[in-house]
Design a protein around this ligand. Structure first.
Ligand code: GLA
Length: 379
């Protein structure tokens, strides 16, 4: 039986500990983040998951073979945090891994899938991110990475279904085995790339994946994500300091155009005004969360300038122009090709002004910037 797709009718939104805190997490951070999310009004904007990533479990299973929270860092346990999140109108997410150990070499779910799913359900957990480190490929001789992922994610997925407890499943095998081709029904979201780095563009090739590289990979996959199962180009770095605010505006705008999960990865207890303004842009959130669930198609790519068009409910569209180059560009935007013939009334997302356009316009786009418009009913 497949997972219940109605748990992710739109891309999940919330917060995850990893990008900012890595394994350096504890229950106080989680409690303070619950409070901060509420104080910042994030649940009302749609950010309702608080996801604990790697680093929550004790270094060994207990004498009954169960995973157990680290006694020093999570002495009150996970169930109490889930209760506290629920009381604040939030949902709680947790992390495990398909292999013997997590990426931090803590105990993980291989051979324990049903036990772990039962345990998470008994704690009231609403979301599970299942990673892909320390996978015992040698126990599956002759099988490809895709086949092993289908078996192991299939097991945890079934284990979740068997608990009868609603839980979103986030698959995190970094695009290995092209999960977008087969993971719909197994998971509610699947990573399409290796881990994001808090960098706009790295000076040299190789190593960590920067924003431009992640965008290039994920934007090619618009045929696959959709209602109930989403392409996941990894969590947001907005607010973490490795990019300029203009680059973070591009990051957020591109993720929203791509109907990506929006998991904030910065410290919500000390959010700058600029970060708050980016993460709470209602037009962009509405574009991301549009009920049709379409991912923008990249219509043109010339010399590092991308134009994107995303179908929205009610015959509307979101349009974007991303100038990935290091120089300002004047871009000829063909509104007819992007949004259909005739005149279109548009609202520009960052500026807020409205315009009526038709035919082609020349648009100035600063280096690294993304301009976004949405069409409005009635030309
Ligand atoms: C992998 C995942 C990350 C994070 C870490 C935790 O690298 O892709 O998102 O969960 O593991 O160790």
């Amino acid at each position: 039986m497949p997972l219940d797709p109605s748990l992710a009718p739109t891309p999940p939104m919330g917060f995850n500990t990893w990008n900012r805190f890595g394994g350096n997490i504890n229950e106080r951070l989680i409690e303070e983040t619950i409070d901060a999310m509420v104080e910042q009004g994030l649940p009302a904007l749609g950010y309702d998951y608080l996801n604990i990533d790697d680093g929550w479990m004790a270094p060994a299973r207990d004498d009954k073979g169960q995973l157990t929270p680290d006694p020093d860092r999570f002495p009150g346990g996970i169930a109490r945090l889930a209760e506290r999140a629920h009381a604040a109108g939030l949902k709680l997410g947790i992390y495990s891994c398909c292999g013997y150990q997590t990426c931090m070499r803590l105990p993980a779910s291989y051979g324990h899938e049903h036990d772990d799913a039962e345990l998470f359900a008994s704690w009231g957990v609403d979301y599970l991110k299942q990673d892909w480190c320390r996978v015992p490929y040698d126990e599956f001789p002759g099988k490809t990475h895709r086949e092993v992922a289908q078996i192991l994610y299939g097991r945890i997925s079934q284990a979740i279904v068997d608990t009868g407890h609603p839980m979103v499943l986030s698959m995190c095998n970094w695009g290995d085995g092209e999960p977008w081709l087969w993971a719909q029904g197994t998971a509610h979201l699947w990573r399409t790339t290796p881990d994001i780095a808090d960098l706009y563009r790295k000076p040299e090739e190789g190593g960590a994946w920067d924003l431009v590289r992640i965008f290039r990979q994920n934007s090619q996959l618009s045929a696959y994500g959709g209602v109930g199962g989403w392409n996941d180009p990894d969590m947001l770095e907005v607010g973490n300091g490795g990019m300029s605010d203009l680059e973070y505006r591009s990051h957020f705008a591109l993720w929203c155009l791509m109907a990506a999960p929006l998991l904030i990865g910065s410290d919500l207890r000390q959010m700058s005004e600029a970060t708050r303004a980016i993460l709470s842009n209602r037009d962009l959130i509405a574009i991301d969360q549009d009920s049709l669930g379409h991912q923008a198609e990249v219509r043109e790519e010339g010399d590092g300038v991308f134009t994107l068009s995303k179908r929205l409910n009610g015959g509307q569209r979101a349009l974007g122009v991303f100038n990935s180059t290091d120089l300002a560009q004047t871009v000829a935007v063909d509104w007819a090709a992007l949004a259909g013939p005739g005149a279109h009334r548009l609202r520009e997302v960052w500026r807020g002004g409205e315009d009526t356009v038709s035919g082609r316009s020349l648009i100035e786009v600063p280096a690294h910037a993304t301009k976004v418009w949405r069409t409005l009913a009635g030309a």
